[in-house]
Design a protein around this ligand. Structure first.
Ligand code: FAD
Length: 492
């Protein structure tokens, strides 16, 4: 492939370093494609080990899926150890989260309820939510190892069921169901699109981690600040460098971005699956990878920042933290005032976000303002503008983050953790335990860097892939360790 490019003569081939990995006395080299936090952590770790690293980023700035929030909620080191490791090593300033934002709360019919308010004022809804929590926890507890969630036949069968089907069986009262739907679509995707095994596995990962640990601090400046800290450490980062092809042979890799070619010993592809599909790979991916690349479900989540000249909520109102509404407004929170105003970030998720794709930005902001105005009658008068970030239709993302659909956990388990010769993969979607988060993205970068080092050292990497049911017993049949009747009810 490299030869063909040179013959074409229309662009320059820059040799990052010798292609010969066998020449161990030379500095090893890697190209990292994508400067989200996954690519940045991979590059940082490799550079720290003495590698020559070139990061290529399609956009004008590094950072990837930085949200509209100007201040990110982050967990403590118990909940997000890798994120906290980098926050500490880069000496980034964090602020402790106020107590009242550390647990989820609710907006029902325009009225705000903390979890404890709900118990007092809407006991039926609170009880139904507790029943949902308990059922989900039972599912989570049935998974011994979240790194191998389909360890038995029954768990394997959970992957064939949608979360919506399971919720139907719980028969929650209407308000509770709306709030649960909202919680699931905000964190993952629409319940009707989500694998129950994925929800159970994720709940198992966070089992025993308190909400208060997950929402322990704010990172002023958001994840962009973390990305900037990485960038300051990196020697070679090229922005506006959209990679269009990657080819590898026994000697090395060649990566093309615009009119420029780069060569190195290894490449880390740290781009979301939709973006990966736009890169020509030589040799091509096999059918399994291609199918996973095209069909893996991503959650939909768009962010709308509504700006107000002054706060439109009364000073005692709590519009901050993880607030689930029964009216499809998604999660809301107040952002620190900008230019003397006050802003609300609204996260529209799941099918609420999909439906609004038909609207232009202005119409979308109007639709959200109309709904907010019903609760806060000063909203229209104080409204001064909006910003919108649509992740789901951004061709470099194609969704907000991984949210495995039915059948996809077992089919694609750890697929992208396995390097393909000189190509390693990183990105939140490649992390086994914490997909869809900064923690997962950072972990994946560390893992990919280690894999590249191991490959260079001549080690073989063999990631256990597709999950298979251990037995051929019918779905729902009792197995050792099952609670009698616990699973079978799910498969009626
Ligand atoms: C609305 C929203 C809110 C979120 N909130 C939180 C939160 O509160 N806490 C949390 O932990 N996580 C949150 N996340 C998730 C978190 O932001 C992501 O998991 C993380 O940023 C993903 O990082 P990444 O490096 O895997 O991918 P990305 O950030 O998407 O990075 C990929 C990079 O590759 C680049 N790229 C794509 N194609 C090419 C190409 N051909 N050539 C070169 N470069 C290319 C892209 O431009 C991008 O910069 C949120 C995500 C969204 C969408």
């Amino acid at each position: 492939m490299a030869g063909r490019w040179v013959r074409a003569g229309t662009w320059v081939l820059l040799s990052v370093l010798s292609l010969s990995a066998a020449a161990k006395d030379k500095q090893p080299s890697a190209i990292v494609v994508g400067a989200g936090v996954a690519g940045l952590s991979a590059a940082y770790e490799l550079q720290a080990k003495g590698w020559q690293v070139t990061v290529l980023e399609a956009k004008a700035v590094a950072g990837g899926r930085n949200g509209l929030a100007t201040s990110e909620w982050i967990g403590n080191s118990k909940a997000q150890p890798v994120l906290n490791h980098y926050v500490d090593s880069f000496k980034l300033k964090t602020l402790p989260a106020p107590e009242f934002v550390r647990t989820p709360s609710y907006l029902i019919g325009g009225q705000f309820f903390s979890s404890s308010d709900l118990k007092d004022k809407q006991p039926a809804t609170a009880e139904a939510l507790a029943r949902f929590e308990k059922s989900l926890d039972d599912l989570a507890a049935s998974i011994d190892d979240p790194a191998n969630p389909a360890a038995n036949n029954t768990l394997f069968a959970l992957d064939q069921i949608t979360v919506a089907k399971w919720l139907d069986k719980l028969q929650l009262p209407e308000t509770a169901r709306l709030l649960v739907n909202q919680r699931i679509r905000s964190r993952y995707d629409e319940p009707s699109r989500l694998s129950l095994l994925y929800l159970a596995q994720q709940s198992r990962v966070y089992r025993g981690v308190d909400d208060r640990d997950l929402r322990a601090a704010r990172l002023p400046g958001g994840s962009a600040v973390l990305a900037e800290a990485f960038v300051k450490q990196l020697k070679t980062l090229k922005t506006n460098a959209k990679v269009t092809s990657v080819s590898q042979d026994k000697d090395g890799v060649t990566v093309k971005a615009g009119a420029v070619g780069y060569s190195a010993d290894y490449v880390v592809l740290a781009v979301p699956l939709k973006a990966l599909g736009q890169i020509q790979l030589t040799p091509a991916l096999d059918a399994k990878h291609l199918a996973a690349m095209k069909s893996t479900n991503y959650g939909w989540r768009d962010q709308i920042l509504l700006k107000f000249k002054q706060p439109v909520w009364d000073s005692k109102a709590r519009l901050s933290g993880e607030i689930f509404s029964d009216k499809g407004l998604g999660m809301l929170w107040i952002e620190p005032a900008m230019k003397g105003g006050a802003n609300v970030v609204i996260n529209l998720s799941g099918d609420n976000a999909r439906i609004l794709q038909a609207f232009g930005d202005r119409q979308m902001a109007d639709q959200v303002l109309i709904r907010l105005h019903q609760y806060y009658p000063k909203a229209r008068g104080a409204y001064s503008g909006y910003e919108i970030r649509r992740y789901s239709t951004d061709p470099s993302t194609g969704g907000a983050y991984l949210a495995f659909g039915p059948g996809q956990v077992t089919r694609n388990w750890r697929l992208w953790e396995q390097p393909l010769q000189r190509v390693a993969f990183a990105g939140e979607h490649t992390d086994t335990l914490y997909p869809g988060t900064l923690e997962g993205a950072l972990r994946s970068g560390q893992r990919a860097a280690k894999q590249v080092e191991d490959l260079y050292a001549g080690k073989t990497i063999d990631v256990p892939g597709t999950l298979v049911a251990k037995k051929t017993a019918p779905a729902g049949a009792a197995e050792k360790g099952d609670k009698p009747g616990f699973f079978s009810k799910l498969f009626d």
